[in-house]
Design a protein around this ligand. Structure first.
Ligand code: AMP
Ligand code: MN
Ligand code: MN
Ligand code: MN
Length: 273
């Protein structure tokens, strides 16, 4: 089993980076990338720990935008201490702090006050994101679940969905490739695009220097995987796979993906694992 898309408490995951690494070792993963949103703090924390035979690959899931659409690009096997990545991450730190203030302002106008302090307390030093606002809204009794917080306040098109703030797709792919890594288009079917637009996104991603797309993210349905393979073939891309693990949950996938269904020559990991 291998996994190139996971989150720790350095972003919006539940497990600390050492606990995630320990879990991966317990579950006998061969190869793992920790890909927190817009931070490598979790990876930095565990990279020199004992991996007991597990191969740990550097990674990060970068927020960016293509036109008006927010997109996630996973960077793998990159030099996380390179100046190009460090300065890109500083830019994202600022964007996230700024966005958190704007989300709080929007929630204020919806009659929900003091959310910034609340979300920062939940984040507890992690890279701040909407899931921390959602968690705080549940704890403060504003909504009954995080899903409802997204549905009413934080999800696509809702007041707390702040657009046009991330670096461009092209700059993001460049930052990853200039740091020696490979860029992977994360969960292409999460963006709710028409197939025509998705094709254009894959083309733009490839032209920007992107290498692979995730054909397995979490627990996809077989027809989704088939659709993604068409995009791979059309754009001469490689593939990556990951659970997108955030926490144990009845809905999300557990750690680890079985790569048996990926034909030789396609896996972006073949030279590392
Ligand atoms: P952000 O990076 O701050 O924009 O937050 C995006 C993260 O929120 C995603 O990576 C998911 O982990 C989480 N998320 C997105 N949509 C939902 C939802 N509907 N319910 C719960 N969590 C969500
Ligand atoms: Mn997340
Ligand atoms: Mn994502
Ligand atoms: Mn993710």
């Amino acid at each position: 089993m291998i996994d190139f898309h996971t989150h720790s408490a350095a972003s919006d995951g539940a497990l600390s980076a050492p606990a995630l690494l320990a879990r991966a070792i317990t579950e006998s993963l061969q190869c793992l990338a920790l890909t927190d949103h817009d931070t490598v703090a979790g990876y930095q924390c565990v990279k020199n720990m004992d991996h007991s035979g597990l191969k740990l690959i550097s990674g990060v899931e970068l927020s960016c935008q293509w036109g008006r659409t927010g997109i996630h690009v996973v960077g793998l096997n990159l030099d996380v201490s390179s100046s190009v990545i460090q300065s890109h991450l500083s830019q994202l730190d600022l964007a996230r702090s700024d966005r958190a203030e704007r989300i709080a302002h929007k929630l204020d106008r919806e009659g929900i006050s003091d959310s910034l302090a609340g979300a920062l307390a939940v984040a507890n030093g992690a890279q701040i994101g909407r899931p921390h606002f959602a968690r705080w809204m549940v704890l403060a009794g504003h909504v009954e679940s995080e899903a409802v917080a997204f549905k009413r306040f934080l999800g696509r098109g809702k007041p707390g969905d702040i657009s046009l703030l991330w670096p461009s797709l092209a700059d993001t792919v460049s930052a990853i490739t200039n740091a020696g890594g490979v860029a992977v288009l994360a969960h292409p079917l999460h963006y709710k695009m028409t197939m025509t637009r998705l094709r254009a996104l894959c083309r733009a991603f490839h032209e920007a220097g992107g290498t692979a797309i995730e054909v397995i993210n979490g627990r996809p349905r077989p027809e989704e995987v088939k659709q993604l393979w068409r995009l791979v073939e059309e754009n001469d891309l490689l593939v990556s796979v990951g659970s997108d693990f955030h926490r144990d949950s009845p809905y999300g996938a557990g750690l680890g993906v079985d790569p048996a269904s990926i034909p030789r020559g396609y896996g972006v990991w073949e030279t590392w694992c």
